[in-house]
Design a protein around this ligand. Structure first.
Ligand code: AGP
Length: 373
């Protein structure tokens, strides 16, 4: 009903605007006054965590992109390998699991059958399973050894938005906690990262407030486009995949997201005059080598006539050189940037779907939770 949507004309619109709250509520109560991580709620012994030598994330769709973000952050912070696997592939390939493997099952609904089957398999093989889940008391957390809840609040729209941000925060918390118990980061660094995370809701809010108009104008210009390519590197790669999935599922536009480095290995053949290409640009600060590589990817597609839509950090001196449009986001540490970079892509998909007159909350052929294998 209109009342449930709280004044917004769709749940998706409402839920995107709850992105900042999803982040702050998921952080709440997970660290103490000094800034140390406090995850007692997880009920896994610190000693057990200390022994973990590998993480395998199992998930589907958007939740699997959270897993990719987690891989970049946790491998950097904790120095243990993190594999990310689509739950339906994992289950049927005889994965290598030991008691020292932590399987992390990520699911908004907690009812996705593919993810449930994967976690059952992992537990049968003797691994511990930690669920990251947004739905209290759902099947996946009930069948897991432990759970770290995301506090995004109920998500109604089929396209996942605020739950994605909350999952990313939960994955960071898990990574920082592991770094704390294993001693792979200085306490100061952990506290600084928590402080940086606390700043993210205001930055997300700024994207929502300041970029809505340019995003809407861009959607109007692009309303007839038949396909989109999305490119990113490092943590921008899962953001590209998520931006592509959003546009595909609610606006029914053919999209492909890929790692920008792959461009020359095939996808650049698709670029012809007018082809829209969305590029996530990493921060230019700290002489980030990836920044320049992504800028030259924009140059490459621009030279072939692409219409380039760029997501970049405020103050980036190179972002608009080859861009037709820029969606700006506030500066933040690279590993945390998916929390701001994905927001304009959520709004863009919403605007594109609306302009096509589609039911954004209930796209055709899709269910909110996929409870069959
Ligand atoms: C996201 O927009 C999709 N509707 C879908 O990919 C979803 O993320 C996937 O089905 C997993 O759902 P879950 O998080 O409830 O397990």
């Amino acid at each position: 009903s209109a009342a449930e949507k709280g004044g917004w004309d769709s749940f998706m619109d409402k839920e995107i605007h709850e992105d900042p709250a999803a982040v702050s509520n998921t952080l709440l109560g997970r660290y103490d006054e000094s800034g140390d991580l406090d995850l007692d709620e997880v009920h896994i012994d610190e000693d057990v965590f200390r022994q973990i030598d590998k993480i395998i994330v199992v998930a589907c769709g958007t939740a699997s992109y959270t897993g990719l973000v987690a891989k970049y952050a946790i491998e950097h912070w904790v120095r243990i390998p993190v594999e990310v696997e689509l739950a339906h592939e994992f289950r049927y390939r005889d994965p290598i699991l030991t008691p020292r493997t932590l399987v992390v099952a990520i699911s908004q609904s907690g009812e996705t059958m593919d993810t449930l089957m994967a976690l059952r398999h992992a537990r049968e093989q003797g691994s511990r399973v930690l669920a990251i889940c947004n739905t209290q008391g759902s099947t996946i957390p009930r069948e897991s050894d432990a759970v770290l809840y995301t506090h995004a609040g109920p998500e109604v729209a089929v396209a996942s938005t605020k739950a994605f941000l909350a999952q990313i925060v939960a994955a960071y918390l898990l990574g920082l906690y592991l770094a704390q118990v294993k001693g792979t980061m200085y306490r100061d660094e952990i506290h600084q990262t928590i402080d940086n995370l606390k700043d993210m809701p205001a930055k997300i809010q700024k994207v929502l407030d300041s970029q809505a108009d340019v995003i809407n104008q861009t959607a109007q210009r692009m309303s007839k486009a038949r396909s989109f390519l999305f490119l990113g590197r490092h943590v921008g790669y899962p953001v590209a995949l998520e931006g592509a999935l959003k546009l595909k599922e609610i606006a029914y536009i053919f999209t492909e997201g890929f790692a920008a480095g792959e461009l020359k290995h095939g996808p650049i053949a698709l670029v012809e005059p007018g082809e829209p290409v969305v590029v996530i640009v990493p921060s230019a600060r700290g002489r980030n080598v990836l920044h320049d590589k992504v800028i030259s990817a924009i140059e490459e597609v621009k030279a072939r006539g692409a219409f380039t839509i760029v997501v970049a950090e405020e103050g980036d001196p190179d972002a608009d050189r080859y861009a037709d449009v820029v969606f700006w986001r506030p500066p933040c540490p690279t590993l945390l940037s998916p929390l701001v970079d994905v927001v304009p892509l959520q709004l863009f998909a919403l605007d594109m779907a609306r302009l096509k007159g589609l039911d954004v909350d209930k796209p055709r052929n899709l269910a909110k939770s996929v409870t069959v294998e």
